[in-house]
Design a protein around this ligand. Structure first.
Ligand code: NDP
Length: 281
């Protein structure tokens, strides 16, 4: 249906925002669900982000998804926050009620959903996380919550990995970035949470011969869908999971929070986003 003046409003805020796949996915779900709703992309500069959240919270807007570089500001601007958002130190979902801002983080749940959709049990064995930025924090939190028996970290700047571990999981073992291949021994899950592999950046290189044959390799990057990291792992016969699963996994609970209904299963979300990515190449 076409939105009316009574439409339920939500959106995504970031800077830049034009590349975001969320408006297309959310709009496809809105159309399939037949609800009176809209989902709008907002480009907002960092200096204005907090004021923007505060103003929208006092309007008929139901809430916002938040992407780079505003996830920390979103948490700081909130009146209350979920355990996940507080632990991760960032929010990708804000919901508004009576002028108050509630912050949540659905990236962690999105990552676990992507693993489970791929038939991967996150507690099956040791996990190696590469990176120590926002995505890595959500993935570390998710794996701790899911009961991963051992977690290893490697990041270009060791200090960032040390700080992340101190905040979220003091027991994790940190491996030097230059010697990250050594962390592959006996590992069940390897996750790229760095921005390496993104179109235009370099590839993340590994000596996959050191990984167990049944290891699963996941990437948070989804543009391109098949990064060099995943391609090399697949060439060694390892099972791979691309970054769209995490994106869709974080969008589902956001849709429910904004519009009060589940995203319709009739939309083949992954196929739809793959077609959008291919069209934009
Ligand atoms: P951040 O900027 O917070 O972190 C970037 C990370 O990448 C840091 O660990 C950084 O290391 C590392 N890094 C950057 N450049 C290099 C390099 N040249 N060599 C080695 N390491 C490097 O970004 P995010 O954590 O928010 O995002 C990371 C990736 O995850 C992005 O590609 C993003 O698109 C993706 N993402 C995907 C999501 C999904 O739903 N699929 C959700 C969120 C993010 P250092 O600490 O040394 O700077």
């Amino acid at each position: 249906m076409k939105p009316t003046g009574a439409a339920r409003i939500a959106g995504v805020v970031g800077d830049p925002i034009a590349h975001s796949l969320s408006p297309s996915l959310m709009s496809a779900w809105i159309e399939a669900a037949g609800i009176n709703a809209v989902y709008t992309p907002y480009r907002v500069e960092s200096e204005q982000a907090e004021a923007f959240f505060r103003v929208l919270a006092r309007t008929n807007c139901a809430g916002l998804n938040v992407t780079l570089p505003h996830k920390q500001t979103a948490l700081a601007a909130s009146d209350d926050a979920s355990k996940a958002a507080r632990a991760i130190g960032a929010a990708n979902l804000l919901t508004f009620r009576d002028g108050r801002i509630h912050a949540d983080n659905t990236d962690a749940a999105g990552f676990l959903n992507a693993l489970r959709a791929g038939g991967v049990d996150p507690s099956r064995g040791p996990a190696l996380i590469l990176g120590a930025g926002g995505a890595a924090r959500a993935i570390l939190y998710a794996l701790v919550e899911a009961g991963a028996p051992e977690i290893r970290l490697s990041n270009r700047s060791r200090a960032n990995a040390t700080a992340m571990a101190a905040d979220l999981a003091p027991g994790v073992r940190i491996h030097d970035w230059e010697r990250r291949d050594e962390a592959l021994a006996g590992v069940a899950l390897i996750v790229n949470a760095t921005s390496l592999g993104l179109s235009g950046s370099g590839d993340l290189v590994f000596d996959w011969s050191r990984a167990p044959a049944d290891a699963v390799v996941a990437d948070s990057v989804y543009k391109p869908l098949e990064t060099g990291f995943l391609r090399d792992a697949a060439a060694r016969g390892l099972k791979t999971i691309h970054g769209l699963g995490m994106l869709i996994g974080q969008a589902r609970p956001s849709f429910e929070a904004f519009y009060g209904v589940s995203p319709p299963e009739s939309v083949a979300a992954e196929d739809y986003l793959v077609s959008l990515l291919e069209a934009s190449r």
